[in-house]
Design a protein around this ligand. Structure first.
Ligand code: HEM
Length: 413
């Protein structure tokens, strides 16, 4: 188990008004769960005077998160969608836009991950997954994150972009570069270097793909869809807008799915009875997938900015205030989930989790992520009696991406 940092008792005793939950160390040590439990009970819509870029509101209860997330008129996504404000380098992307721009661009990219498309992709993804699993060493320790979680997610993204296969590891690299910042803290890189890699390496690479796809008949990959849709076909006129949307589509599917894959293994090791339950009844896999996503919550929060003065649950939120929806807290809300800290693979309401958000920005890739996790567990159960975590995982230090940098495991035949 992870050891909470030593100052938990101080934090629990501090005046609630002084509580600022945004430090990456809290999430890395697992201490954040106790802090959010306190906020849900004592001050569910909490104002923090300090934060990565200044004061912010924390919305921590399930029903309040849904209320904010579905009210895009009062709570805008314009430009800043994480707790800290972006610096000067903020290429536009549709997750950070309000209607109408958001709706037009989302609609253009959507067919790549629509349910009908996924039915076509499942056989291909399964074949590639089986090849990864059959190449894993049995009986000796290896890093699950690198060999399985990253590789599998990368293959899925490369398929959705129809990205040159031999270069596919560029995708998680550019994703890590995108999320590297002092605020998100996923990767150690200066802002100048980040800017350089994205605009001088990532953008020209994808610009070549765009030119090829625009000149060829339309297909169902993200680039071809954007190049051919009348609403987005002129996106290359503003290369920064193209880059921003690439960053979104790469990051959106990367850390999230990767950490749900690792999180499932970690959680089932903490709750071995649940793994036995799964082995006895593999028809529980789809429900377990939702439960793992609830338990892990790969993105801790999304943020909005109040578009006008709003009174919410008795609190006066002023125009321009930062409002953070802590999905990680909503997913452990005891008013909705019994025994919320526990993984229960047949939990009846696991699908009520808020890890994919709600409203017009609800995760576009939720079906593809669920499919990937489902086929992974179907194939794992056919092959191995146990996936044993043999050492402490290395946890990401971030208030946004909740996940694992490495996790040593041993497979049992
Ligand atoms: C377990 C895996 C995943 C989780 C937990 C997750 C979580 C999220 C969350 C929390 C949001 C914001 C929702 C909101 O603001 O209401 C989001 C949006 C989004 N996600 Fe995911 N995501 C996952 C997988 C994926 C995948 C595989 C893709 C596709 C490649 C993807 C693409 C996107 C996009 C494009 C958006 C922006 C949607 C919009 O603004 O309309 N996600 N995701």
């Amino acid at each position: 188990m992870l050891q909470p940092a030593a100052d938990l008792s101080d934090l629990m005793a501090a005046p609630i008004a002084d509580l600022d939950v945004s430090r990456g160390e809290y999430f890395q040590s697992g201490l954040h769960h106790a802090l959010f439990k306190r906020l849900r009970a004592e001050d569910p819509v909490h104002y923090s005077k300090t934060g990565p870029s200044g004061p912010y509101w924390s919305v921590t209860r399930h029903e309040d998160i849904v209320a904010i997330d579905t009210n895009h008129e009062d709570f805008s996504s314009n430009r800043d969608i994480v707790i800290g404000d972006q610096g000067d380098f903020a290429p536009p992307m549709f997750i950070a836009k309000d209607p109408p721009v958001h709706d037009v661009q989302r609609k253009a990219a959507m067919p790549a991950v629509a349910p009908t498309r996924l039915a076509d992709l499942e056989a291909l993804m399964r074949a590639r997954l089986v090849a990864i699993l059959d190449g894993l060493p049995v009986g000796e320790p290896f890093d699950w994150v690198d060999k399985v979680s990253i590789e599998l997610t990368t293959q899925m993204l490369a398929t959705l972009f129809d990205f040159p296969w031999e270069d596919r590891r560029l995708l998680p690299y550019w994703s890590d570069v995108t999320t590297s910042s002092e605020l998100v803290g996923n990767y150690d890189m200066s802002m100048e270097e980040r800017h350089r890699v994205l605009s001088e390496e990532c953008l020209p690479y994808f610009a070549r793909l765009w030119a090829e796809r625009a000149a060829a008949p339309p297909k169902f990959d993200f680039i071809s869809l954007l190049a051919h849709d009348p609403g987005t076909a002129d996106m290359m006129k503003d290369p920064m807008e193209f880059l921003g949307n690439l960053m979104l589509l790469i990051v959106g599917g990367n850390d999230t799915t990767r950490n749900s894959i690792s999180g499932g293994v970690f959680a089932l090791n903490q709750y071995p009875d649940e793994f036995e339950k799964l082995k006895r009844d593999p028809s529980l896999i789809p429900n377990m997938v939702s439960e793992v996503i609830r338990w892990q919550t790969p993105l801790a929060h999304m943020r909005r900015t109040a578009a006008r003065d709003v009174e919410f649950k008795g609190r006066k939120i002023a125009k321009g205030d930062r409002v953070v929806m802590w999905y990680v807290s909503g997913n452990r809300d005891e008013a909705v989930f019994d025994d919320p800290d526990r993984l229960i693979i047949d939990r009846p309401n696991a699908r009520r989790h808020v890890a994919f958000g709600f409203g017009i920005h609800r995760c576009m890739g939720n079906r593809v992520a669920e499919m990937q996790l489902r086929i992974l567990w179907e194939e794992l159960l056919k092959r191995y009696s146990r996936i044993e975590v043999v050492g402490p995982p290395k946890i990401v230090q971030s208030n946004f991406v909740l996940g694992y940098q490495s996790m040593p495991v041993r497979l049992h035949a």
